[in-house]
Design a protein around this ligand. Sequence first.
Ligand SMILES: [Zn+2]
Length: 382
Amino acid sequence: MIKKIIYVACLLILWTNSVWAHIQDLRFSSDSDTKARFVIDLESKKDIALFRLGDPARLVIDVKNAKFVPECQTKQFTNTGFISGIRTGTPDGQTARIVLDLPNKNIQEKHFILPPQAGANWRFVLDMEIVGGVAAAATTNATKVGVKNFEKKSPVKKKVIVLDPGHGGQDPGAISVSGKYEKDLTLKMAKETKKMLERAGYNVVLTRDKDVFITLRGRIQKAHEANGDLFISIHADSARNRSAQGLSVYTISETASDKEAAALAERENKADILMGMDLGEYQPEVGNILIDFAKTYTMDQSAKYAAEVVKEMRKEVQLVPNAHRFAGFVVLKSPSIPSVLVELGYLSNKQEDKALQKESYRAGLSRALVRAVKTYFANTLE
Ligand SMILES: [Zn+2]
């Protein structure tokens, strides 16, 4: 009998979780220059996830198994310096998503759920506070903010992919068994990939399009100037062990995944030291704790793209074991642009060197990078 009760209870929980709830209303109010409240009125209790994105600053609220009543999506709010835009939509058909555009990063938030009182709705309450002394814009010059549906947003801004051909100028990078330079291979590969990405509808910026030396910091700077959405640094590896071969993809980490990865990062980072320049750490302009939000998100996104690259490259070429690795590459230290570094293969391996010098072989690699870019953006929040 007890079993039966548990069974029924489980079914009931499953049922209440899968049943749809309506979002009845979205409300916004501010009663001082530094505090405001955003409320979501819910027909029943639902799982809610809240996360923060940097650059531009946004708060994203996902309500599982929920739909908006139409009135929600045509509401108008008075912008008092806390929100500069509100967008709604149902990205996967099951989750009601609300995106709050924040005018700056000095807004901190707290949230909680209130049960219904006297027949009213469940309420998700988001309290916002401006910290650091920047008060909200005076209500007198407040503007109206209307809820927009982000799915109907148009025209869609073209994504900017920054391709970074490793080395250049006085820095040849690795030298292959047949005497070819890494810097020439990476430039060819970048130019070929650029064409393919452009055909697929992306804007592409190269950190260099000729044989010149650029500092690692200069490369990051170019990516920022170009407003890059994704940064891909292209390299080729070399090892004393001539039989070493395979492609690998790196994302940033303070601690390298193994000794080999650490040694590689050290070699690639050396470019600036060789040229008598200060290697330096990439210093974000804002010494703000909120930069960590952006950083965490960027690292997360970098890992997502790296995973797609590994998946697509596996269809084309041999990979090294555990092909997604981590190391402290200076060139990947952008706090706000998801960045990966691809080591196309080993120039110290006779067969791989020969293959990499062929345009048809590189075309396979470029196609895999493009497929990974498409999947990555298809799964990324606007
Ligand atoms: Zn390199």
